[in-house]
Design a protein around this ligand. Sequence first.
Ligand SMILES: NC(=O)c1ccc[n+]([C@@H]2O[C@H](COP(=O)([O-])OP(=O)(O)OC[C@H]3O[C@@H](n4cnc5c(N)ncnc54)[C@H](OP(=O)(O)O)[C@@H]3O)[C@@H](O)[C@H]2O)c1
Length: 300
Amino acid sequence: MAEEKAETVKNKQVLLRDYLNGFPKESDMIISTCNIIRLKIPENSNGILLRNLYLSCDPTMHGLMRKPESPRRTSIPPCKPGSVSGVDFIAGMPGLTAYVGFYEVSNPKKGERVYVSAASGAVGQLVGQYAKSMGCYVVGSAGSKEKVDLLKNKFGFDDAFNYKEEHDLDAALKRYFPDGIDIYFENVGGRMLDAVLLNMRKHGRIAVCGMISQYNLEQPESVSNIAWHLYKRVRMEGFTVFEYLHLHSRFLDFVLPDIRKQKITYVEDIVEGLENGPAALIGLFNGRNVGKQLVAVAHE
Ligand SMILES: NC(=O)c1ccc[n+]([C@@H]2O[C@H](COP(=O)([O-])OP(=O)(O)OC[C@H]3O[C@@H](n4cnc5c(N)ncnc54)[C@H](OP(=O)(O)O)[C@@H]3O)[C@@H](O)[C@H]2O)c1
């Protein structure tokens, strides 16, 4: 009997109360402990038992928690209210995103001037390091002094600034890029994109990875400086990592040696316990996280 008891656990879940409408709130999610799960594989089964240690929080989840008829397009099926929201995607997803966005979409060349927004986030911190490793000049922006210090002192960006302290983003970009920007790695959208367009160099490239400033708005902000695509012959291309999964093994061959040699570094922000998952997810949209947001749900 005691042995049977040891083979069961309570199933703690984060449930979506209803489809999201606007900025996500903790009250949109419920922590529920129900269902007893038997930790035993049925005899003669080929199944395996996995212990999940960490869950990943990603801005993309917000899109999956909205009504499916929303105009946002995704290759991942949306969640239904009442389903578990803490879906962990693919190991290394931010790394692969940075890799394909920078190397495949941006077509970088040594010595080019690269600007990365939301640069201390999971994707941005890697883009900056990839760009530095191929001899580019790299500037990042982030939303706090702590993050700006990380960009300059840990990730090796040539320079960085706190966009929240810049009243005039155009002037700020001209300060860091007096000769203009060759590559903009776009993570935020909105007024940042508008300012960047005024500062692109001829034949510059914009890799549109994300537009986190727009995800929660009922009315997306308009971008006024579209004509600068023409004036500077700029190529702007959106991409999703899910269309590049075939490059994952090539990406691992590229990145694993650098990780082993500690030529590439990474900052994670780990909160403890599934019950803190909703706050961690919401924190992505107000910049609470410093680096890749994870939720530790168990210990080895
Ligand atoms: N295309 C793809 O396949 C793909 C894959 C993964 C991620 N993405 C996108 O890439 C972007 C970065 O994702 P991530 O995982 O690196 O991010 P992350 O680590 O989750 O961090 C998100 C960061 O965005 C910044 N942010 C939040 N709201 C903002 C706003 N209104 N204006 C400016 N910055 C804001 C915050 O940092 P600050 O303190 O700097 O504000 C926050 O820490 C997101 O837009 C995401 O949707 C796309």
